[in-house]
Each structure stands twice: as structure tokens, then as C-alpha cells.
Ligand binder design. Structure first.
Ligand code: IMP
Length: 424
């Protein structure tokens, strides 16, 4: 029966994969429900580091089934790069990974379009993984789904339909070469044969597992502020990372969900364009970037850093109905004299405490910061909550009060072992 959800509450990169990996020990299946290879999920186990873009982080736990549900945009090439790397490192993938027959497949023309649009006026600085274009095709009834790959004739017909308009755009607007359906099908052929045993009706499988009393963990990619409906549009991704995306993107009813774990970084980061009110463009921002290793796992771009933003978190708590919080990267704040929290915005001379949804309004907001004392101790080896410095515990309590739900885990470093379970 129980379905747990691990959801990003900020702009992605909250270290969700570490939380998923930690929880996956006692979980029967981990399912991704949104996004694609735009994600970059990093897990450190012992001295080894794994970076996943597509495959759920649960794959590192041998008894956990891993599922790419229908809401995921599947990049076949990336999938096999990742699975080959895992196999080389002794991780069993075959038999442990399932892909929804309804999941849309990223085609080469999606990536080409994404790259071309990034360069044009209005480009938002995407990860260039073809994500916007693949979801656009899904909603324009001309996407290619995993289940469409195996009948060559039908695949070519679908590619022809998908390319009718796009080839005109490539040729005339972007002055780029056009795409040929036969050639795409031929190039994908080796991947298509490999993927066949993995493709299944994953909604049915997940529901059967839940009905049998097994526990399924849903791993969100990106974060609430990048949600296409509830983020800072248009500076968002094209899927629904919020908890509502689980029901749509995995095909389950909401009554199964009993835990909604919001992953909250102890400060904020963002990659790509868009408003970020408490952004730090000074030495403090540089300090957080270097100490936190804040460089994109997918694109290597430096992440923009800022102080913890209460308005973002209140919004995330509301739209996700968080039941608990996993606070990550607390150790990055070690050594700071004082820590600031953005408790409100100043907008047109007024103090506001709820997030304006309009990107233009957000750009006019200034942060109103409160300061709390930092701590000098190294927290990275601490394993018990009561051993954290008093000021660190005070910071955690302040965040708990602001968010309005309990912090149940605290991350004090990238490794699986650097996780504090908060006694409740
Ligand atoms: P796209 O998802 O590649 O279309 O990019 C849209 C926006 O979301 C850009 O600002 C990206 O930088 C951002 N984005 C997408 N995926 C992630 C992620 O996993 N972490 C952080 N930002 C992301």
C-alpha cells in the first residue's frame, strides 16, 4: 500500500538522490515520474560516486526494482551509457529496470530544437537535453512513445508526422539540416533491440505492487520552482516535479501516498535564467558555490547560490503537501560567522510574505533578511542529532518552524553515511 514521494522543493539539485538512496534500503521499488536526462542525481557510497541522469538512484540497492514511469522523457542513448557504466561497476541492471511503454522518447530532433531555441531570443538556458521539445510533442499528439519503437513501419510513419513541421523550421528558420525518418529509425535500431525487454505497463506493475503491500518510492527530478505549472514560468522545466506529478506520471491514485518528503537544501541554488530573489553575487555566494561543489551534474554550469528563501519553501510546502523534510548540505554552512534567512520580500515598497508567481514581479522583489549566528565546528562527521552544535540545531529548528513540518533527516556530506536521522 504505501507510496512515498521524494520531491525537490527549490530549483532542483537539492540532493534528492542521496535521500532516495538512503531510504531505498527498505523499499521494494523506486520510480521516476517526471523529467528526463536533464536531471543529474549524484550518490556517493563509500569511496565511489555515481551520477544518474535517467536511471533511478535506487538501482544501487540490489533488491530494489527501478522504474521509469510514463511521465519520464527517455533518452535511449543516455539510458544505455548509464546502464553500461553501472554494469561495468558491478551493478545489476537487467531484471531490475523497467520502462513504461507510454514514456515518450527523446529524438535527435528534440535535442537539435532545444539547442537552437536556447540561442534564440527568449531562450531560458535549458540543459539542451531535448526536454521542452519532447513534452511539447507529447501534448501536440506527435510524440513517439517507448511502445511505438518496435514496429519499424509504424515508427517511420510516426516520425514522418513528427517531422512535417519541424523540418520546415530547421531548414527555413534555423538554416540547419533536416531530419530523415528512415535514418533516425536505423540509428536507433541497436538501442531499440536492447530496450525491448525492459518495456512494460509500469502503471499496472506499480499498482499491483502497492496492492500487495509493497513500498514504492517515487523519485522526483528537478524541483517545485521548475514545475511547469507551479514554478516561475517560463523559467521552468517542462514536467511536473511536484507531488501531483506522481499520480499523472506514474498512473497511481493519490490515496496510496502516505509520506511526502520534501528535500530542502540548507541554502538555495539555481542553474539557468530566471528570478532568484535571495541570490548572492558576492563572496558569500562564491563561498557556498565552492564549498558546496555547486556545479551542474548535467551541464557543469556554475550554480547561482543564495540564502534560504522562506517564501519558496512555504509555496513548496503548500503545493506538495509535505509531511516531512530532509534537510541537505547543512555542513556547507559550517564556519560562517552568521547565516542569513530570507524571511520576506520587499515589493514596490511593501513587505510581502507569500511568493508572487509572476516572474516580472519577482524580478522587482528585494530580499528582507534576518541574521542568525553560525557555528564554527565541522559537522561532516556527526551522526547523532544531539551532537550538532547548538547554533546548527537552532538553524534547523528555525527552518522547521518556517516550513511547518518536521525535519526527519539531515545531510552533512555527500556520502550515504553522512546522514543524521533526527529522533522523533
Ligand atoms: P530543461 O529542463 O533542460 O528544459 O531546462 C529548463 C530549466 O530547468 C533550465 O533553467 C535548467 O537549468 C533547469 N533544470 C532542468 N533540470 C534541472 C535539474 O535537474 N537541476 C537543476 N536545474 C534543472
Amino acid at each position: 500500500m504505501p507510496a512515498h514521494v521524494v520531491v525537490g522543493t527549490q530549483w532542483g539539485d537539492e540532493a534528492k538522490a542521496k535521500v532516495v538512496d538512503y531510504l531505498a534500503e527498505n523499499i521494494d521499488a523506486v520510480a521516476r515520474y517526471n523529467g528526463g536526462a536533464n536531471a543529474g542525481h549524484t550518490v556517493a557510497v563509500g569511496d565511489e560516486t555515481f551520477i544518474f541522469h535517467l536511471i533511478p538512484s535506487g538501482i544501487l540497492r540490489s533488491r530494489t526494482k527501478c522504474i521509469l514511469a510514463s511521465g519520464v522523457a527517455v533518452d535511449l542513448e543516455q539510458l544505455f551509457i548509464e546502464s553500461n557504466e553501472l554494469v561495468e561497476r558491478g551493478i545489476v541492471v537487467e531484471g531490475n529496470l523497467l520502462i513504461s511503454e507510454d514514456a515518450h522518447v527523446v529524438m535527435p530532433y528534440h535535442k537539435a530544437l532545444d539547442i537552437a531555441r536556447n540561442k534564440r531570443a527568449g531562450g531560458i538556458g535549458t540543459t539542451a537535453r531535448g526536454i521542452g521539445p519532447v513534452y511539447a510533442d507529447k501534448h501536440a499528439y506527435c510524440g513517439i512513445r517507448a511502445g511505438d519503437l518496435f514496429d519499424r513501419k509504424r515508427l517511420i510513419e510516426k516520425l514522418e508526422i513528427a517531422l512535417v513541421e519541424k523540418n520546415v523550421v530547421f531548414e527555413q528558420l534555423y538554416k540547419m539540416p533536416t531530419f530523415d525518418p528512415e535514418r533516425i529509425a536505423a540509428e536507433l535500431e541497436p538501442y531499440i533491440r536492447k530496450i525491448e525487454p525492459f518495456v512494460a505497463n509500469t502503471s499496472l506493475i506499480i499498482n499491483e505492487m502497492l496492492d500487495e503491500g509493497k513500498t514504492v518510492l517515487f523519485e522526483g527530478a528537478q524541483g517545485t520552482m521548475l514545475d511547469i505549472d507551479h514554478g516561475t514560468y517560463p523559467f521552468v522545466s517542462s514536467s511536473n516535479p511536484i507531488v501531483g506529478g506522481v499520480c499523472v506520471g506514474a498512473g497511481i491514485g493519490p490515496q496510496h501516498i502516505d509520506r511526502i518528503i520534501g528535500v530542502v537544501k540548507a541554502y538555495i541554488t539555481r542553474v539557468g535564467s530566471g528570478p532568484m530573489v535571495s541570490e548572492l553575487t558576492n563572496d558569500d555566494g562564491e563561498y557556498l558555490r565552492e564549498k558546496g561543489g555547486e556545479y551542474g551534474a548535467t551541464t557543469g554550469r556554475p550554480r547561482r547560490c543564495g540564502w534560504f528563501d522562506c517564501l519558496v519553501l512555504k509555496h513548496a510546502k503548500r503545493v506538495n503537501g509535505l509531511t516531512e523534510v530532509a534537510l541537505t548540505k547543512l555542513d556547507v554552512l559550517d564556519g560562517l560567522e552568521t547565516i542569513k534567512i530570507c524571511e520576506a520580500y520587499s515589493y514596490k515598497g511593501e513587505r510581502i510574505t507569500e511568493l508572487p508567481k509572476n516572474a516580472a514581479a519577482l524580478n522587482e522583489c528585494e530580499p528582507i533578511l534576518t541574521e542568525i549566528p553560525g557555528w564554527q565546528e565541522d559537522t561532516s562527521q556527526i551522526t547523532q542529532y544531539e551532537d550538532l552544535p547548538e547554533n546548527a540545531r537552532n538553524y534547523v529548528s528555525s527552518l522547521e518552524e518556517i516550513i511547518g513540518c518536521p525535519v526527519t533527516f539531515i545531510g552533512v556530506g555527500p556520502k550515504r553515511s553522512q546522514t543524521i536521522k533526527v529522533p522523533r
